[in-house]
Design a protein around this ligand. Structure first.
Ligand code: GRF
Length: 196
């Protein structure tokens, strides 16, 4: 049984999808939900699901990323996870931290990587006139949004779409894709999952 820690910064809808998917006959279990933002909506949701939570507020550390990550690692050591899932975790992690979790850390990104790394992915897809958009789950490496892709899900970009309406359509697919990839990954299977 793989132990999974989920790192969040916001509402945690992907965290809920992952945690719910790990019920019953599944090769993994959630052992921690950790946020860098005090009061992040996902913390209360995790508590409501009976999952241990932790807060490592990045603000007191200012620009000292090494100190922030040392505090983060200390919380993770307490939970001893095998796999880290970044789910709307909005801190960029240093190469040193990422290397320590090489091959054991996943992230979900709301675009069809390698297109649109970084932020504002939906606005950029609409501005470019793309007819398709989507989301990707990838292994985390030191290259931001650049690690091996383990899954992708596609949605149409519809006439009149705004970044908000497109984001909502993509988020629905995120909640299907991330659990599907995690299930395979926890079994040691790195074959990409392609949806729909
Ligand atoms: C998701 O769209 C994810 O792809 C992005 O941040 C958003 C987080 O949403 N990185 P939630 O907190 O999981 O609801």
């Amino acid at each position: 049984m793989k132990r999974v820690a989920i790192l969040i910064s916001g509402g945690g809808s992907n965290m809920v999808a992952l945690a719910e998917s790990m019920a019953g006959d599944h090769p993994a279990r959630p052992v921690l939900v950790l946020s860098n933002v005090p009061g992040a909506g996902g913390l209360a949701k995790a508590e409501g699901m009976g999952i241990p939570t932790a807060l490592v507020d990045h603000r007191p550390f200012g620009k000292d990323r090494a100190a922030f990550e040392a505090a983060l690692q200390a919380e993770l050591d307490r939970a001893a996870p095998d796999i880290l899932c970044l789910a709307g975790f909005m801190r960029v992690l240093t190469e040193g931290f990422v290397t320590g979790w090489a091959g054991r850390m996943l992230n979900i990104h709301p675009s069809l990587l390698p297109k649109y790394r970084g932020l504002d992915t939906h606005a950029r897809a609409i501005a470019a006139g793309d007819t398709q958009a989507g989301c990707s789950v990838h292994e985390v490496t030191a290259e931001l949004d650049g690690g091996p892709i383990l899954g992708q899900a596609r949605v149409p970009v519809l006439p009149g779409d705004t970044p908000e309406t497109l984001a909502a359509r993509v988020l629905t697919m995120e909640h299907r894709l991330y659990p599907a990839v995690l299930h395979r990954f926890a079994m040691g299977d790195r074959r990409p999952v392609m949806l729909p």
